[in-house]
Design a protein. Structure first.
Length: 230
């Protein structure tokens, strides 16, 4: 899939922000350790990706209620949902001069038990060596999910492949900053259970208000503990 950066200025994808706070001492320490272990830049990219994917848990996988947002919070707590883990991956990449932004998918949460469209967050990463943008998904693997490091845009190894027939959608834009709706949701909801009932229904104005079967996406009862994709 061809990705389209929202900004033509690569420096926008290297900036430190309140959310992507890569000057945090713990983030810098992880970066130093992974740099020491790496043989070149591509190896470093792979090690950073696998660190966030494997050593930082998805909050739902460990039944954690704390909601993390900032990259430094995700590292401190050692968990986050997909959006938050993407913030940490971006922070570690930007610290190492690797332009990184944010991509989103619209996905059915669960075909049988929660047929609602939700948003899933992952990263768009610029690969200088090949002058291309690729998607990397640090959500974290489990049964049925096998995301891997791949710099081939024609052979993505992300967690979820969209099914257009169910209303699922890939968004091609790589944003320099996390969606405001994501930041709001991760800020205002104080527990994961609360967050599950208030996940953003729009990303930059793109709505997920209906599921692939024509049902109202606001009918979210009964899916507090089964969020597989967010």
């Amino acid at each position: 899939m061809k990705l389209i950066p929202e900004s033509e200025n690569l420096s926008d994808y290297l900036a430190e922000t309140e959310i992507i706070d890569f000057s945090d001492s713990d983030i810098m320490a992880v970066s130093d350790r992974l740099n020491t272990q790496s043989v070149d830049k591509i190896d470093l990219m792979k090690r950073i990706y696998e660190f966030v994917r494997d050593e930082i848990s998805h909050s739902a996988n460990i039944s954690e209620q704390i909601v993390t947002l900032k990259a430094s919070e995700v590292l401190k707590e050692k968990h986050g949902i997909c959006f938050a883990k993407s913030h940490l991956l971006a922070a570690l990449y930007r610290l190492n001069g690797i332009p990184t932004g944010f991509c989103y998918q619209k996905l059915i949460l669960d075909d049988e038990t929660a047929p609602f469209l939700i948003f899933h967050g992952l990263c768009g990463v610029y690969v200088k060596e090949t002058d291309i943008w690729v998607r990397l998904d640090p959500r974290g693997n489990k049964a049925g999910i096998d995301a891997r490091f791949s710099l081939n845009p024609n052979d993505e190894k992300i967690a979820f492949v969209v099914r257009p027939e169910f209303g699922e959608e890939d968004f091609h834009t790589v944003y320099p900053n996390p969606a405001p709706e994501v930041i709001q949701a991760l800020t205002e909801n104080k527990t994961r259970e609360e967050l599950w009932t208030n996940l953003p229904v729009k990303i930059y104005g793109k709505s997920s208000e209906n599921d692939g079967n024509g049902n109202d996406g606001d009918n979210k009862s009964g899916w507090h503990n089964i969020c597989e994709r967010c």
